[in-house]
Design a protein around this ligand. Structure first.
Ligand code: CTP
Length: 403
């Protein structure tokens, strides 16, 4: 156990509710949280919810004799390995940048001798205002670390930078700052995701409905667990996960070449829905309906099987994981596929299933069966990000066992 702890300062903003999940996620990872709730922060979350999750009382008042008797404010500011401000408001950043201290949070920030990580959250106009820009610049010069803010729609209805980073992104930034090694530290992971597109002519292609969400969630979870992760992605419209090396490809042949260039790796997760066939020749110019009177026949040729090739190649990763997107006889087909492809594990799912009114392909949820050398595990219905996190832990166990 690393025994690390943080002092979390919760500022006043609607994003304060996310700090509750942050505390929970940190405690799952063995990081202890001691919290200061500002007066404005207490308008958004209650001291009781914060203390229930943190497992100890919340500090809030600089001039409280009881608090001072329990722990002096200077000692409090130095009691943890890192001070995290989430949400970091314009007020808290401005005070620290200007050297002001008139409450417990700003006093602790000035008095600490530990690194500080800010997760700003505010309206986009405020974030872009010249005075907040000045505070941020000054704080960065002073060595303060930042995570976010992200772009997106805000509680006030405006769009742009200002949304607080998600709890898991803040956890990753905290782990980096605390140099905590995840269970996959030192492991090299290669993940593929999304569809491939096989051109017919410059404006048309063959593809499939893969959204890339499951592959991206797996790459994200592996990176958060400390793996050096490369994600090779077909054309999708997803934001690259933080801390992952992203290589974009279009066709199956490009995906194979990119995978080969990214080897060696300890683990390969082939989540991409690779097109099995491609048109034998892609026309150089658009096939015209008016001039080419006859209906064009597209002759298909087989694409390389990336999973099979890499599982039988000279640089075979220690753990090769394939997917089986099936609509019938899901488990039987997947068991056969495991042997045929030379994979160690197959993650099988029924892509015709409807989960919460959404199709598995493109939806947020997944229900998978993990087929390994020891048999079949049926996982419950989970979000794709939960499937990613659970898989990362299973991979860590397997690689540790094999080491
Ligand atoms: N796969 C691959 N290269 C291909 C086709 C598939 O690497 N040309 C990989 C996929 O990434 C997945 C696994 O093989 O991890 C199974 O893909 P799937 O489409 O289910 O299997 P197929 O081999 O295409 O078998 P079938 O279409 O007959 O079910």
């Amino acid at each position: 156990m690393h025994g690390k702890s943080i002092l979390l300062i919760i500022g006043g903003g609607i994003a304060a509710y996310k700090s509750l999940e942050l505390i929970r996620r940190l405690s799952e990872r063995g990081v202890k949280t001691r919290a200061i709730l500002t007066k404005a922060g207490a308008e958004f979350v209650t001291p009781l919810s914060v203390s229930s999750l943190a497992g100890e009382k919340v500090f809030s008042d600089l001039f409280s004799l009881t608090d001072e008797a329990e722990m002096g404010h200077i000692e409090l500011s130095r009691s943890a390995d890192l001070v995290v401000v989430a949400p970091a408001t314009a007020d808290l950043m401005g005070k620290l940048a200007g050297g002001l201290a008139n409450d417990l949070a700003s006093t602790a920030l000035l008095a600490t001798d530990k690194p500080i990580l800010m997760a700003p959250a505010m309206n986009v106009r405020m974030w872009e205002s010249p005075s907040v820009r000045r505070s941020v610049e000054q704080l960065k010069k002073d060595g303060v670390l930042f995570v976010g803010p992200n772009d997106g729609e805000m509680a006030c209805g405006e769009f742009g930078p200002g949304r607080m980073a998600e709890p898991l992104e803040i956890v990753a930034a905290i782990e980096r700052a605390l140099k905590i090694e995840g269970p996959l530290a030192g492991v090299r992971a290669l993940v593929t995701a999304g569809p491939t597109r096989e051109p017919v002519d410059p404006v048309r292609f063959l593809a499939n409905h893969s959204s890339g969400k499951q592959g991206y969630a797996i790459a994200d979870a592996l990176a958060r667990a400390g793996a050096d992760t490369t994600l090779i992605s077909g054309p999708v419209s997803l934001a690259p996960p933080t801390g992952v090396k992203l290589m974009r490809v279009t066709t199956a042949r490009e995906m194979l070449a990119a995978c080969e260039s990214a080897l060696p790796a300890d683990v390969l997760v082939m989540a991409a829905a690779v097109a099995d066939w491609r048109p034998d020749i892609a026309a150089n110019s658009k096939i015209k309906k008016s001039t080419d009177r006859i209906v064009p026949l597209i002759k298909l040729v087989e694409n390389p099987d990336i999973l099979h090739t890499l599982a039988h190649g000279p640089q075979r990763p220690r753990l090769v994981i394939g997917f089986a997107a099936e609509t019938d006889d899901v488990v039987e087909n997947a068991v056969a596929k495991r042997a045929r492809k030379g994979a160690d594990w197959i993650i099988a799912n029924d892509v015709s299933a409807n989960l919460d009114g959404e199709s598995v392909m493109g939806g947020e949820k997944n229900r998978i069966h993990l087929i390994s050398e020891t048999g079949t595990e049926d996982w419950p219905e989970l979000s794709k990000s939960e499937v990613g996190s659970r898989l990362a832990l299973r991979i860590a166990d397997k690689l540790k066992g094999a080491a």
